[in-house]
Design a protein around this ligand. Structure first.
Ligand SMILES: Cc1ncc(COP(=O)(O)O)c(C=O)c1O
Length: 418
């Protein structure tokens, strides 16, 4: 039997830190020096050498015709929604489990977000549940490729075609991922990526929009660049845009990050398999499995589910005990409509709902999302999978240790319930 749980006064299983994130080396430094000396630091006026190079390389990496750098994942989503001409009176279906930005993007266009439940096996939008929410006002579905997997793109693209509505993939978590050998962000009408600090490829902040459509590319370029049109742009009428440009600093850092990304993707995916294999031996813990159609897996959050009845202790206590053992794991995103980052009383949200002909909407229930967030999901941040095999084994050993003390942990008096 392992020594006492750290949470109950024993020794932590792991005392040394995991890999720190973000990672950088001389390549980021060289890029930044180059941008500094070039004196072209911003995204305007053109030409922006780093932005063009990044756009070209990222498009090739995802296997899509165009990539458009943007200031953040949030602005990328907002621009994608606006580029589709979505606006007041329209509805956009988003999964309940995601960061608030996915729903905010619809609201920013004064469209109404409609929350769809998720598939418990993937934590991604349930396509058939989403289809049932389609009304004559629905203009788009925004599936989020959540954590480490991809939403069911076959089903979603089919639903998009059948109902003539757009698919905007929120790929914030998974740069580099592939579904049946084709890149995330290349399946829907548009894809949106985030390069915020915690993401698998980062410049601190940043975003990217991908599309195969020349017209959508023009509209996105214009919307991120204060409505400017380039020579040769053909769309009409002109668009009211804002400054959502990426700086050359960010583009330079992202070029270096992109060089490193494929190796990191492989490394984390190997460790994800190691974690899955190890966790299979712990009753009451079920790692989210790799979907066979995900032909390149990108880990942002390695997710597993707790069955409280089988494990013998609540997910929340399990999480506290894991942290005390030295494993910095956390929760998945709250259902957006419960998040304090998405206040349902906000003027903007209520206006978007009213213009959509609805009440300041009380969202429909999303029981899978509620249960996953409240009682089941545990998220391991991706950098924990970037280290040695021994790092991955420590995560499994800590889970097994906590599980072996489940009975004691469930009845212990703890100082503060999380
Ligand atoms: C699923 C999802 N979409 C969009 C975003 C927004 O990206 P950003 O933080 O770059 O604005 C995030 C960021 O955490 C996210 O997790």
């Amino acid at each position: 039997m392992a020594s006492q749980l750290a949470l109950l006064g024993g020794e932590p299983l792991r005392k040394q830190p995991f890999t720190r994130w973000p990672l950088f080396d001389h390549r980021e430094r060289a890029q930044l020096e180059e941008v500094l000396s070039s004196t072209t630091w911003g995204g305007h006026p053109a030409p922006n050498r780093k932005a063009s190079e990044l756009a070209e390389r990222f498009a090739a990496f995802q296997g899509v015709r165009y990539a458009i750098p943007a200031s953040s994942g949030t602005s990328a989503l907002e621009v994608a929604i606006k580029a589709l001409g979505i606006g007041p009176g329209d509805e956009v279906i988003v999964p309940a489990i995601t960061f608030a930005a996915t729903a905010y993007a619809a609201v920013a266009a004064l469209a109404r977000p409609v929350f769809a439940d998720v598939d418990p096996a993937t934590a991604c939008i349930d396509p058939h549940g989403a289809e049932q929410l389609i009304t004559p006002r629905t203009r788009a579905i925004v599936p989020v490729h959540y954590g480490a997997t991809l939403a069911d793109l076959d089903a979603l693209c089919e639903i998009g075609r059948k109902h003539s509505i757009a698919i905007v993939e929120d790929c914030a978590h998974v740069p580099g991922a592939r579904w049946r050998e084709r890149g995330a962000g290349a399946w829907g009408n548009l894809g949106c990526f985030s390069f915020q600090t915690s993401k698998p490829m980062t410049a601190g902040e940043g975003g990217m929009i991908t599309t195969d459509s020349p017209e959508l590319e023009q509209r996105c370029q214009s919307l991120i660049n204060c409505g400017r049109r380039r020579p040769g742009d053909t769309f009409n009428p002109p668009l009211l845009g804002a400054n959502y440009r990426m700086t050359e600093w960010q583009c330079g850092v992202l070029l270096a990050q992109l060089d490193r990304l494929p190796e990191q993707i492989e490394h984390k995916s190997r460790h994800a398999e190691r974690l899955r294999a190890g966790l299979r031996a712990v009753p009451g813990i079920t790692a989210l499995e790799r979907e066979p159609r995900v032909t390149r897996e990108v880990i942002y959050l390695f997710l597993f589910r707790i069955d409280e009845a089988r494990l013998g202790v609540s997910r929340n206590r399990f999480l506290r005990a894991m942290r005390a053992e030295g494993i910095p794991c956390g929760l998945a995103n709250q259902p957006v409509y419960r998040s304090e980052l998405f206040p349902m009383a906000s003027w903007l949200y209520r206006t978007a709902c009213r213009l959509g002909g609805g009440e300041a909407a009380v969202p429909q229930e999303c029981p899978n999302a509620e249960r996953l967030f409240e009682r089941e999901l545990v998220a391991i941040p991706h950098q924990l999978l970037l280290g040695s095999d021994a790092d991955a084994d420590d995560i499994v050993a800590a889970a097994a240790k906590v599980a072996s003390f489940a009975a004691q942990l469930s009845t212990a008096t703890l100082e503060r319930e999380s």
